[in-house]
Design a protein around this ligand. Structure first.
Ligand SMILES: [Ca+2]
Ligand SMILES: [Ca+2]
Length: 494
């Protein structure tokens, strides 16, 4: 009898445990679906977002489920969206950038050099060890040996495998005041090759004259477009021979008709005197009040401050500064001859032939690189100071100026707006403008589903790439946007 009673009690206990475990399972399942709803909520917001400019002042960045209608009776989700392009790309950053970045993060020159050498050795394909780096010899000699990647990193967490990257560096250390490297670095950043309207950029080197004309006619005058075409048609005048170096030196061939300012000329000033500073109101306005720069339905956030110059036709300061062009018609008809043609590697080379405000206004519309997207560019609008400092080594004033400008004016709509920076020397400015963007395709989404009073939680973390078909160029109105698709590059549930 006693035995039976014990057995019965034992059975009851088992049944109860099973019941508890199955209800825990149900709670967790429920939390999972709440997290999934959070991911969907974020994707919905990203699909409504205008892709021409991206910053943390947009709705996708300000999602807060606590301010919305509670969607579920016994739980909710928390969701956060982060721009991966606001981080330093571990696979594309150069040695100098990495060194400056690690110096900012760790505050230690020697350690910064070691981290840089080790990371470069880890991702390069050869087995030649840098001074304080490490290759297979080192990793195979560890008590738990493994081989270096000798290729691009697959996630930022891979840093933990690399010599010198201790946990307190990768995850940060509150006591030491070091920020988590993990949150400042990425392997996913990508920026779409579109302008602030969402229209595909035109490659300045390969576009036809008529294409250029159509693409720019609402901003540039006929004479300015002709100047552009002529500049391009002229060979590299006097010795460049169109070599295919990735980046041109600070000096550049003489511009046609003589440059009015000549800031790119050989031996030109490299200091802050190199750039004439803006004197007008605003920083980089749209000349002639040209209308199509505003994205559709993004009321409060126009890419450019457009308050000045209501004049219907571009006629003001631009014309007077541009070089005088003899018989543009003859020139434009001339077929482009590949042999003689100049290869423009940086839009900054156009500075001598276009007024500053015009150059700013067309900056995002042109590109020197083909492809739908560019890897590893850093978004000016979302990069924290530590990431910006990677591009602006030893120039804290410039980092502060950029942060201040975006606080005061909202997101940068154009990289061209950097032309107004007062704290960046000429050579540094060129490198900076080559490495930054104002829009992103890569987003990290983190959603947590919560059931009851934290009875159960579930986390989903994902990195998605937003692919937006370029909008059609519309001459008079804002271009129509096509809904994006999302490609998942990383997905983790726990
Ligand atoms: Ca946007
Ligand atoms: Ca290697």
């Amino acid at each position: 009898m006693v035995l039976l009673a014990l057995l019965a009690a034992g059975l009851a206990l088992t049944v109860r445990n099973e019941h508890q475990s199955s209800s825990a399972h149900i709670n967790r399942l429920q939390a999972r679906f709440y997290a999934y709803a959070g991911i969907q909520r974020a994707l919905y917001e990203l699909s409504r977002d205008h892709p021409g400019t991206d910053g943390y002042d947009e709705p996708w960045a300000l999602l807060d489920s606590r301010r919305e209608e509670p969607p579920f009776s016994d739980g909710y989700y928390l969701v956060r969206v982060v721009d991966e392009s606001g981080k330093l790309n571990l696979n594309t950053a150069g040695a100098e950038e990495l060194r400056a970045f690690f110096r900012t993060v760790t505050g230690d020159d020697g350690l910064a050099q070691e981290l840089t050498d080790s990371l470069l050795d880890w991702r390069d394909t050869d087995s030649e060890q840098r001074t304080v780096g490490a290759e297979a010899d080192y990793y195979l000699s560890l008590s738990d040996p493994y081989r270096p990647r000798n290729g691009p990193l697959i996630t930022a967490a891979e840093l933990l495998l690399i010599k010198g990257f201790e946990r307190e560096i990768v995850y940060g250390d509150r006591r030491l005041g070091t920020p988590p490297l993990f949150e400042l670095a990425t392997v996913f950043s990508q920026s779409p090759n579109i302008d602030e309207r969402g229209v595909a950029r035109l490659n300045i080197n390969s576009a036809g004259a008529e294409e250029l004309r159509q693409h720019l006619s609402d901003v540039l005058t006929e004479a300015e477009i002709n100047a552009l075409i002529r500049f391009r048609e002229q060979g590299p005048g006097g010795g460049g021979q169109g070599t295919s170096q990735p980046r041109p030196p600070a000096s550049s061939p003489p511009s046609p008709g003589g440059s009015p300012t000549g800031p790119l000329g050989g031996g030109g000033p490299l200091g802050t005197g190199g750039l004439p500073r803006p004197t007008g109101p605003g920083w980089g306005g749209v000349p002639g009040g040209s209308p199509p720069l505003g994205p559709p339905q993004m009321g409060p956030q126009l890419p450019f401050p457009t308050r000045q110059r209501p004049g219907p036709q571009p006629s003001g300061p631009g014309m007077s500064e541009g070089p005088q062009l003899p018989e543009p018609q003859q020139q434009e008809q001339r077929p482009s001859s590949g042999a003689q043609r100049r290869t423009i590697r940086s839009l900054l080379e156009l500075e001598p032939i276009l007024p500053r405000d015009k150059l700013v206004a067309i900056w995002e519309r042109l590109t020197t690189r083909n492809g739908e997207a560019q890897d590893g560019l850093i978004n000016l609008n979302t990069a924290p100071p530590a990431v910006l400092s990677a591009l602006l080594a030893d120039n804290e004033a410039a980092v502060e100026e950029i942060v201040r400008l975006r606080q005061e004016n909202g997101s940068f709509a154009s990289v061209g707006q950097l032309l107004t920076l007062s704290s960046v020397p000429r050579d540094q400015l060129q490198r900076l403008m080559d490495r930054v963007c104002t829009k992103t395709a890569s987003f990290r989404l983190k959603a947590i589903g919560v059931v009851g009073n934290f009875r159960a939680t579930y986390t989903i973390e994902a990195v998605v790439r937003r692919q937006v078909p370029p909008a059609q160029e519309a001459p008079t109105d804002a271009p129509a946007m096509v809904p994006p698709t999302f490609v998942v590059h990383y997905w983790r549930e726990r």
